[in-house]
Design a protein around this ligand. Structure first.
Ligand SMILES: Cc1cc2nc3c(=O)[nH]c(=O)nc-3n(C[C@H](O)[C@H](O)[C@H](O)COP(=O)(O)O)c2cc1C
Length: 357
């Protein structure tokens, strides 16, 4: 209530990125004050043993985590733990620090409960972010999402070396690493969604992985058709990828309520939020069909209610992530979903969320 009636009207008067920065500053304040942290904890942090699951040797106290892009620089992991998140995926981080695309680069579509962004992989660089995380204490699993540096001149074997640099850094601290092959915001397009290029990348990653064995996931775009996805999942399976994240933002503008003129004015960028949920759910189903049931899937895209979260789990997701839903629903979304999952499990006589699917 506090968020929707007081905070959201204020934040929505600001440019979307400025509102995000203000939110991050507030979250940092929570982190630095014991009083605010314990208040936040009592308001938002809902846990239940029914919600706990183990993946890749780590315990996830509940299935709802923070999606990549919200905490690009690893500054908010503690605050997200206080807010009741089950895990956090930091990034995308890249080998070289980048200030991203010119502003404005994030836009709200309130009629669609959606956002469009072309941030352009702004981040402090893998080394700095990893050092920051090494100096932070937290008790929830940490994912690090890595991508290629936002520089069109880095291509071919240089692009793979660039990725490997971030991979080595991430291995120092991550509980799992996500390869963002689908970020549509780079000027040269979706380079790693070409099966041959993905194969080259995963061959290089597999050599690195031999040393430390940090579970490695691949994140897909929701714009892939079944044949393309099948080809990419098969490449991933050949290289023993440990799980999937579905999905990233979409380039499509189909079936939006926002007027075409407004969309034209905003221009290019990745669409996130409610319009994505059906495509993410479809992609999760397809991955299950193609790869079977052995690998965990993190479902993300348009989760703004318990109902969408439940549908995603039923489609085959084991864990979930939220971003745009937090912008429209506020931080209480995480507690609402987790509490309703716990109620649902009790009503259906299920001993744990792992039994739900
Ligand atoms: C402003 C913004 C920045 C994002 N940055 C990244 C990123 O750096 N790396 C990434 O893999 N995904 C990024 N994402 C995508 C989200 O992780 C998520 O996959 C997508 O937004 C769909 O989830 P949602 O509908 O809950 O927002 C970003 C999303 C938004 C809205």
């Amino acid at each position: 209530m506090f968020y929707k009636t007081l905070l959201k009207p204020f934040l929505f008067q600001l440019d979307a990125e400025k509102a995000h920065d203000a939110t991050c500053r507030a979250a940092k304040k929570v982190d630095q004050s014991k009083v605010l942290a314990s208040l936040t904890d009592s308001l938002y942090n809902f846990q239940s043993p029914l919600l706990s699951q183990s993946f890749w040797g780590h315990t996830f106290r509940n299935p709802v985590g923070l999606a990549a892009g919200f905490d690009k620089n690893g500054c908010l992991v503690n605050a997200m733990e206080t807010l009741g998140m089950g895990f956090v995926e930091v990034g995308s981080v890249t080998a070289q620090a980048s200030c991203g695309n010119p502003k404005p680069r994030a836009f709200r579509l309130p009629k669609d409960q959606a956002l469009i962004n072309r941030m352009g992989l702004n981040n402090d660089g893998a080394q700095t972010v990893v050092k920051r995380l090494q100096n932070t204490t937290f008790n929830i699993p940490l994912g690090i999402n890595i991508a290629k540096t936002h520089n069109p001149n880095i291509m071919g074997s240089k692009a793979i070396e660039d990725y490997i640099f971030s991979y080595r850094e991430a291995q120092k601290i991550a509980d799992y690493i996500t390869l963002n092959i689908s970020c549509p915001n780079t000027t040269e397009g979706k380079t790693f969604e070409d099966p041959e290029v993905l194969n080259n990348l995963l061959s290089a990653i597999q050599k690195e992985k031999g040393i430390n064995m940090v579970p490695t996931l691949v994140k897909f775009s929701p714009d892939l058709g079944h044949p393309q996805l099948e080809e990419l999942v098969n490449v991933c399976e050949t290289h023993h990828i440990d799980g999937y994240v579905a999905c990233n933002t979409s380039s499509s503008r189909r079936k939006l309520k926002t007027k075409a003129a407004q969309l034209d004015e905003i221009g290019r960028g990745g669409l996130s939020g409610a319009p994505l949920s059906s495509r993410s759910i479809r992609t999760i189903r397809w991955i299950r069909e193609i790869a079977g049931n052995r690998k965990p899937i993190i479902g993300v895209g348009g989760i703004n209610s318990f109902e969408t979260a439940l549908e995603m789990m039923k489609a085959g997701a084991n864990l979930l992530q939220v971003y745009t839903g937090l912008v429209y629903e506020g931080p209480a979304l995480v507690k609402r979903i987790n509490r309703k999952f716990a109620d649902y499990l009790e009503q259906h006589d299920l001993a744990s969320i792992g039994e739900m699917r």
